[in-house]
Design a protein around this ligand. Structure first.
Ligand code: NAD
Length: 418
């Protein structure tokens, strides 16, 4: 299975060739403008010190300050962070918000840490990278295995360093200290808006539509909740890192979520059968939602996908080879660059509220998110039809054109190109 970095580089190459971008433009756009690796010593509860490795990558800031989440994962590394940062550059361009792309992370298994150790780790990370962050420079947010509480510790540490309040340095904070209402469900809600629009175009009736969701964290569990409550979908399969569960009559969110909270896993939920994560991807459903990690739909299993619609809440779940197979088989893939952009969009709303000392109601957030997602989806879909490309390629074409134009307007790329 190709790594996230290999997937991102390959996608960029295909799209840049189609746009006939010059070598010079590709050099500017393909690699990050800034990256750092930090070693963070953390005092553990047993009194010993352990050193953790962390990263921050700023891919491109031509369209605005860099923006992108923090991933705390045992296999995190600089290359993965680079890929995720580049995807943020393209994603913010696809939904047309004035931000660039960044990403960060730490190589750590948070499941092995106490809350006090997590807090010291978060504060240590902020001490190490705070100097390269700021509301007009680069703004982190939650991602895999990071939470609103962690963002709260980090903003507190940053503000202690600079000696004043600066809530816009990080988004996805708890609402009481400057977080936005609706941020915790934003990624899933944005995906639901995109699914609603795509379903109209490809003729899927959402009422009673069968859904399988891989990954049951922030993205996956909220997608379950919203698809059930807003769209009347029937979610028949769910999974987390411990495996998958299935019930052909539907799995109720109000039973699954509390079970996951109480036991730490989905496994063992009453009335469900177990299956593997691989089997979940190949189920006979209408909608498949990868909401965990990258590289899960590959040339090995893409032919076995039976869903009509794949909605990518995860970043980079589909390899370029799988993309071609799915497209040939008539599967409509709502690409990650659009499908999961609800998170960064509401993060952007949070930055606006922070800058203006304002607070929006949840209805305001939902309404504005709907507008951003629906417009971006419509633009993407007309590009699909106009250029006769698959939705991922359409997203890349839109994104590369916008970022390219901004780089040229700044004089980073000479104007004779492309
Ligand atoms: P999270 O930490 O809240 O949840 C991750 C989930 O994935 C957990 O349920 C975990 O058990 C599951 N998981 C891990 N390894 C797995 C495996 N091998 N098979 C099946 N499940 C596995 O993370 P999240 O914030 O929900 O992020 C999920 C995906 O969505 C990531 O790819 C992330 O980059 C992307 N995303 C998140 C946001 C956001 O706002 N949180 C925004 C855009 C994209």
């Amino acid at each position: 299975v190709p790594s996230a970095y290999e997937i991102a580089q390959c996608q960029f190459k295909i799209a840049s060739e189609r746009l006939d971008l010059s070598e010079e433009a590709c050099e500017v756009l393909s690699e990050p403008m800034f990256e750092c690796t930090v070693r963070v010593p953390v005092r553990m509860d047993d009194g010993n010190t352990k050193v953790f490795t962390g990263f921050r990558v700023q891919h491109n800031s031509a369209r605005g300050p860099c923006k992108g989440g923090l991933r705390f994962h045992p296999e995190d590394d600089l290359e993965t962070t680079r890929a995720l940062a580049a995807w943020m550059t393209w994603k913010t361009a696809v939904v047309g918000i004035p931000l660039g792309g960044g990403k960060g992370g730490m190589r750590v298994n948070t499941k092995e840490l106490s809350d006090a150790e997590k807090e010291r780790l978060c504060r240590g990370y902020m001490r190490a990278v705070g100097r390269v962050l700021g509301p007009e420079i680069d703004v982190p947010a939650p991602d895999v295995y990071t939470t609103a509480q962690m963002m709260g510790w980090m903003v507190d540490e940053y503000e202690a360093q600079i000696g004043r309040r600066e809530p816009g340095v990080i988004t996805g904070k708890p609402v009481g200290i400057g977080g936005s209402k609706g941020r915790s469900i934003a990624t899933a809600l944005g995906a639901v808006f995109a699914i609603r629009e795509a379903a109209k175009d490809i003729g899927v009736d959402l009422k009673g539509a069968k859904v399988a969701i891989q990954g049951y964290g922030n993205g996956g569990s909220n997608a379950h909740c919203l698809l059930q409550s807003m769209m009347d979908c029937k979610v028949v399969a769910l999974s987390d890192s411990s495996g998958a569960i299935y019930n052909g009559d539907g799995i109720d969110y109000d039973k699954a979520y509390p079970h996951k909270q109480e036991t730490g896993k989905l496994d063992g939920l009453e009335g469900t059968d177990t299956m593997s994560n691989e089997e979940l991807l190949e189920l006979d459903v209408d909608i498949l939602i990868p909401a965990a990690l990258s590289g899960v739909l590959t040339e090995e299993n893409a032919n076995k996908v039976k869903a009509n619609l794949v909605a990518e809440i995860a970043n980079g779940p589909t390899t370029p080879e799988a993309d071609d197979i799915l497209h040939e088989n008539g599967v409509y893939v709502i690409p990650d660059l659009l499908c999961n952009a609800g998170g960064v969009t509401v993060s952007y709303f949070e930055m606006i509220q922070n800058a203006c000392h304002d607070r929006w109601s949840e209805d305001q957030v939902r309404e504005r998110l709907d507008t951003v997602m629906t417009e971006a989806y419509r633009e993407l879909h007309s590009r699909v039809q106009k250029d006769k490309v698959n939705p991922r390629m359409a997203a890349f074409l839109i994104a590369l054109e916008r970022v390219f134009a901004a780089c040229r307007e700044r004089g980073w790329i000479s104007s004779g190109d492309a």
